[in-house]
Design a protein around this ligand. Structure first.
Ligand code: PMP
Length: 290
């Protein structure tokens, strides 16, 4: 699914076949989850193949590396340029792009000495959750910001995401909604969350969540469409049974939620402010202006 014998990747200064790329077994990234990464999408647009918000993603990648004390000196423009080359070499238009920074061999619990950049991409036309999503409040909390650099997109944080998401699936749901250490709604295993009540959108304030680039795009769309949006802390009880709700993220895009803990969202999706945001997002990624 992710690569064939022909797929090209970028690894540590060179373009090479994915099947020929190898990873050192003695690194902190493999053993301790000490890596940072991004999830980016490219779309066929009216201006040809375009990477959506490449600059924001690569700024976050660099910031994630800095927060994790991983040395990394590629510029945003170099990273963007390499990514377009990667898409071209593979002949991809609609693709998911996964930049990953790993560290050189070192088994100690000290900061990374040298880093390697990998750029991987695979064709992707659909969001990962296409139908209305049944969500459960997870018993797994998001990592405590006093224990992790929660605003970094670091490999190790996703062990928490795997545990929560798999637990939800084992219980018959599509996705997990994780709370923060205070019992407030935080985010899903891999997306931010909004709910809608009486035409107003509510989303968790920053502090315990990944500051999503799609979340920020939703704010921009809401300001353009005059949809009021509030960043606030709230409990799952306030969200359960609301008019509508959605997850948002680069991979998820804007995906409608069906229910939270088996309590359905009450309005039909069509005609909600959330649906307007979804439509505007789809237009934005393909046309690149509102
Ligand atoms: N939260 C988590 C935990 C995520 O993994 C993601 C996906 N990167 C998001 C939120 C959404 O972030 P973005 O909109 O930048 O993709």
């Amino acid at each position: 699914m992710y690569y064939s014998d022909q797929t090209i990747v970028y690894f540590n200064g060179n373009f090479l076949k994915a099947k020929d790329a190898g990873m050192n077994l003695y690194g902190q990234s493999l053993h301790y989850g000490y890596s940072v990464f991004e999830g980016i999408k490219s779309y066929g647009t009216t201006h040809g193949t375009r990477i959506f918000k490449a600059e924001k993603h690569y700024e976050r990648l660099k910031r994630s590396a800095e927060l994790m004390h991983i040395p990394f000196d590629y510029s945003v423009s170099k990273l963007t340029d390499l990514t377009y080359q990667l898409l071209e070499q593979n002949g991809f238009t609609d693709a998911y792009i996964r930049p990953l920074i790993t560290c050189s061999p070192n088994m100690s619990l000290s900061k990374g000495k040298e880093s390697y950049l990998s750029l991987l991409a695979w064709e992707w036309n659909n969001g990962y959750l296409t139908d209305k999503v049944k969500v459960m409040t997870s018993n797994f909390q998001r990592p405590n910001p006093k224990a992790f650099r929660i605003e970094a997109k670091a490999g190790g944080h996703y062990v928490n995401s795997i545990l929560a998401c798999q637990d939800a699936r084992d219980k018959g749901y599509d996705e997990a909604l994780l709370l923060d250490e205070n019992g407030n709604v935080a985010e899903s295993s891999g997306a931010n969350v909004f709910y809608e009540k009486e035409g107003i959108l509510y989303t968790p304030a920053l502090g315990n969540i990944l500051p999503g680039i799609t979340r920020q795009t939703v704010f921009e769309i809401c300001s353009e469409l005059n949809i009021p949006v509030q960043e606030t802390f709230f409990k799952p009880e306030e969200m359960r049974g609301a008019d509508a709700a959605f997850f948002c993220g680069t991979a998820a895009e804007i995906v409608a939620l069906d229910s939270l803990d088996d309590v359905p969202f009450t309005k039909s999706w069509a005609g909600t402010a959330s649906e307007k945001v979804q439509q505007a997002y789809q237009k934005l990624v393909r046309v690149l202006s509102l």
